[in-house]
Design a protein. Structure first.
Lengths: 387, 102
């Protein structure tokens, strides 16, 4: 096999993943991982119900009417059922739509949002048990976290949304195993998934909605890839290495050592580093909000006695949540508000909390919050663990 | 892997407040709540879950769903779960209002 000079591959990773996925059993999963998994998925379900309060959900669901979708599969929050893949698509969209869902921080992949919808749709179709659903979902999450971590942030630099491009692979192997795939079928399915992996970061430029779509699309594509692989459709034998493989195309310059990577799979449980979000905003803003709430309650601070506020972050985070500072102080949309540290901290200091309601139009026009946001600046703090 | 390309297991951050009387207060969190080593405990996840569900479904149904999710490994057929997931969300009563913020 011809290998890209920048993408080194010791052995096919598709095969290594396939073999480990087939060997995984429930009793290999530590109890703390199993218990935390249930919390992550409950969290995902709650967010899906919340999402149904928002316009993006209504418009997404309306799109199914244009295409037609007959089936027996469940979309969270409605009695009308749809086709298998549309259920996976919509549930992924509802779970990730508010950017309030759990995140594997090292890879910045929202793993549950693609893993759970794909596994749920298949488990429902096949009448599987809750434990089988949990195991399949965990499998997908662990594979996604492993694959995403290897790229070390390069996906975003190239312009790909990690949750979208990575999510299809974990869900594919989980779905294929639920379909009874052998190792060969799992390899074929991953090869097909490579051609279905997608997700542009272009939404960053205008706050548009495509980010919300990516994990659902990954879940739906994964069901397709798994079904093709299990049916004998030929996919490339190696999805990840090689000159036109996943890393060469989506994260050029990164390298993957199959043995080193796959030997950790289902041993070092990545789920233990998956963060459930306490606030519906960018992770960069969480510690400043917690700090604001701590000072507010400790010193009984009210906005009128605050002269100025300095948010302490690593300066490499500023581009996302702190600059340009004038725009960040008065976010123009719900989505802008999620990525504004001044707005998050000003809201926390004024209201003593930060919930979904604080992203709404009425909250964003609150004069007290906006006035305080004008007194907020951001500064670099060397104590940050930002790597 | 270069420094720029490394990805963190947690996000640090803090704030410094100067009060009108000149007092300076500072608080810094090395690890954000919810991240590695500070996983959100079940009661906080449940509170978030109930808040989220409250936007579109009744509280008693949300409680049932929470229990179903936490007992998922005891469920013989996920049809039990999907029956609950099919709870019709109330699109009319849901638009969140700023009044819930506090």
């Amino acid at each position: 096999m011809q290998v890209s000079p920048l993408t080194h591959q010791t052995a096919p990773l598709s095969r290594a993943i396939a073999d480990r996925v087939i060997a995984l059993e429930r009793d290999q999963v530590p109890q703390d991982v199993w218990d935390y998994l249930k919390l992550c998925l409950a969290d995902a379900v709650g967010i899906a119900f919340a999402s149904r309060a928002y316009d993006f959900a209504h418009k997404s669901l309306d799109s199914l009417n244009l295409l037609g979708s007959d089936g027996i599969s469940t979309i969270i929050g409605q009695s009308a059922t749809v086709s298998l893949r549309d259920a996976a698509l919509m549930n992924g969209l509802l779970i990730h739509g508010l950017d309030y869902d759990d995140t594997h921080l090292a890879s910045v992949v929202h793993c549950s949002a693609s893993a759970f919808p794909a596994a749920l749709a298949l488990a429902e179709q096949r009448g599987l048990s809750g434990a089988e659903l949990l195991l399949a979902t965990l499998m997908a999450i662990e594979v996604d976290a492993m694959l995403g971590t290897q790229a070390g942030g390069v996906f975003q630099q190239v312009g790909f949304h990690p949750t979208g491009v990575v999510g299809v692979f974990g869900a594919t192997v989980a779905a294929a195993r639920m379909m009874g795939a052998d190792s060969e079928a799992l390899v074929r399915a991953q090869g097909v998934a490579l051609s279905l992996s997608s997700g542009s970061m272009a939404f960053l430029d205008d706050g548009s909605w495509t980010k919300r779509l990516h994990p659902g699309w990954a879940a739906s594509a994964a069901l397709q890839a798994a079904a093709l692989g299990v049916s004998g459709f030929q996919g490339p034998g190696e999805a990840y290495g090689g000159r036109f493989g996943f890393y060469a195309l989506y994260a050029p310059g990164t390298s993957v050592e199959t043995e080193a990577v796959s030997s950790q799979l289902f041993r070092d449980w990545a789920l233990r580093t998956v963060a459930i979000k306490p606030y519906p905003i960018c992770h960069f803003n969480h510690a400043p909000v917690d700090a604001a709430l701590a000072l507010r309650s400790e010193h009984a601070i009210t906005p009128d006695v605050i002269k100025s506020v300095t948010i302490l972050l690593d300066d490499r985070q500023f581009g996302v949540v702190a600059s340009p500072i004038e725009a960040k102080r008065a976010p123009q949309s719900e989505y802008d508000a999620k990525f504004s540290a001044p707005y998050a901290v000003a809201t926390a200091l004024c209201k003593g909390s930060f919930s979904l309601a604080d992203l709404e139009d009425a909250a964003r026009m609150d004069p007290e919050v906006l006035s305080l946001a004008q007194r907020v600046v951001c500064a670099h703090d060397a104590r940050s663990r930002y790597p | 892997m270069t420094r720029d390309l490394a990805t963190p297991d947690a996000f640090s951050g803090g704030i410094k407040i100067t009060l009108t009387d000149g007092t300076e207060l500072e608080h810094f969190e090395a690890v954000n709540r919810g991240a590695g080593g500070q996983l959100l405990p079940a009661d906080q996840v449940k509170a978030k879950f109930l808040d989220n569900c409250a936007l579109t479904i009744p509280a008693d149904r949300a409680e049932q769903l929470w229990n179903a999710m936490l007992n998922l490994d005891e469920m013989n057929d996920v049809a039990e779960l999907t029956a609950l997931l099919r709870t019709e969300s109330n699109r009319a009563a849901q638009q969140p209002s700023g009044s819930e913020a506090c």
